[in-house]
Design a protein around this ligand. Structure first.
Ligand code: ATP
Ligand code: MG
Length: 399
């Protein structure tokens, strides 16, 4: 209540001052104006909640002043003060949007009460508006999520459709290359150009297949069920798989497993995420750099970090790296789908993925996964069901 800001407008200073003083003593923040015009000027620069307006004033009268206030300033409530013989002014004022009116001489308690009520009305209006804004925002988010979901279905559908023809093109270029290498083809005209063309087709097909494979890893999940998933084993497998490339680039990969927890999840998809993350780290890290992979307990679930001493990600790109097709790699080298697909996988497995990065120092990706999902992929937040599933696969009693 202490913060209710009141503008008291009356041309008679002898009437206005004492009321202002008494309201001030009651904890209101009081501002004063001697005319309708002065009040309008005042409101241009000073925000107030409630305007107490004398109806009879020379120049702009109270009713006209109120009309202009309502027109120009939103969310201000007006209380009119009328002479005791002119209550019809007050009634007319309410019709035109006044919160209420009081007749002079006024009882201060009554005025203070009215101001509080008017303020309460403003507060409720603001709350209503916030609620409406929140609801509108949620609706918009839902529409965006649905749109993304159908985009996902569409893009994976397309990937599925073009993957087979791509495989055929790839196979046929292999055949062409073989034919071109035969002895009887040695003397054909423009052979070099033909070989070049085959190379180009193959490179383009490889690039397109990287895209379809990222997206299809995403879709295949629906056909697979969940199973016992040993994160440490998956990390080891990934490091084995990518170790050669790292070694070739003189990058050391270290694995630290602080947790051996087995979770109930989708190992195929998690492996796809791990390959994406470690590949990104290798690409970003210069010779002599390090990649550290850590596995740790995260509450009931399990956590993983992939940290590198590479180039880091500029702040303006941090938001964008999860967007589909965002890549800073040279044309033909990155699809820009790795992190987009990885985030899709992790969130469908009930987990979280976040990135922290400093340009020139390196990047750390955090992944968190829940301990168990039902065979249908539902997150089990019932601890007992969770242990049941895990004990079944581990054959261990609940500790
Ligand atoms: N560990 C990292 N260090 C620095 N930059 C990174 C790292 N991981 C991702 N990025 C940035 O995020 C971008 C997007 O990554 P994402 O994995 O989605 O696609 P990509 O690596 O460019 O392509 P692809 O995964 O198909 O090879 C990268 O191009 C790079 O700019
Ligand atoms: Mg990548």
């Amino acid at each position: 209540m202490n913060n209710i800001r009141v503008l008291l407008v009356d041309d008679e200073a002898d009437f206005r001052r004492p009321i202002a003083k008494r309201l001030d003593r009651r904890g209101f923040e009081i501002h004063e104006a001697g005319s309708g015009e002065a009040a309008l000027d005042y409101l241009e620069n000073t925000p107030v909640d409630v305007v107490v307006l004398d109806v009879k004033m020379p120049g702009l009268n109270g009713i006209d002043t109120m009309a202009r206030i309502k027109e120009k300033f939103h969310g201000i409530e007006v209380i009119l003060l009328t002479g005791h013989s002119s209550t019809e002014d007050g009634v007319a004022g309410i019709k035109q949007g006044a919160f209420d009116y009081l007749t002079k001489p006024i009882a201060l308690e009554q005025l203070a009460g009215k101001i509080r009520q008017a303020h309460e009305k403003i507060r409720r209006e603001i709350e209503k508006q916030r609620e409406a804004e929140y609801r509108a925002k949620m609706e918009q988010q839902m529409i965006a999520t649905e749109r993304l979901a159908s985009l996902g279905t569409l893009s994976t559908g397309i990937a599925h459709e073009i993957d087979n023809p791509l495989a055929i093109i790839k196979e046929s270029t292999g055949y062409l290359r073989l034919v071109l290498s035969k002895a009887e083809m040695a003397g054909i005209p423009r052979k070099k150009d033909l070989v070049n063309a085959v190379d180009k087709i193959e490179a383009a097909v490889d690039r397109t297949r990287r895209i379809t494979h990222q997206l299809l890893g995403f879709v295949r999940k629906q056909e697979k069920s969940f199973m016992e998933t040993d994160l440490k084993a998956l990390v080891d497998e990934t490091v084995d798989f990518l170790g050669k490339e790292a070694m070739h680039n003189h990058i050391e990969i270290r694995v630290q497993a602080r947790s051996q927890k087995v979770i109930w999840s989708n190992p195929y998809e998690i492996r796809q995420v791990l390959i994406n993350l470690v590949t990104n780290a290798i690409h970003a890290t210069p010779a002599g750099g390090k990649i550290s992979i850590e596995i740790m307990d995260r509450g009931e679930g399990i956590g993983l970090t992939v940290a590198d001493t590479g180039s880091g990600i500029p702040r303006e790109n941090l938001e964008k790296v999860f967007e589909p097709f965002f890549t800073t790699k040279p044309p033909g080298q990155g699809t820009g789908l790795g992190l987009y697909v990885s985030r899709g996988i992790i969130s469908r497995l009930g987990g979280k993925i976040e990135i922290e990065s400093r340009v020139g120092y390196g990047t750390k990706v955090f992944v968190e996964l829940p301990p168990c999902l039902s065979p249908e992929g539902q997150i089990q937040d019932d601890e007992n069901i969770c242990y049941e599933i895990l004990n079944k696969i581990k054959g261990e009693p609940k500790s």
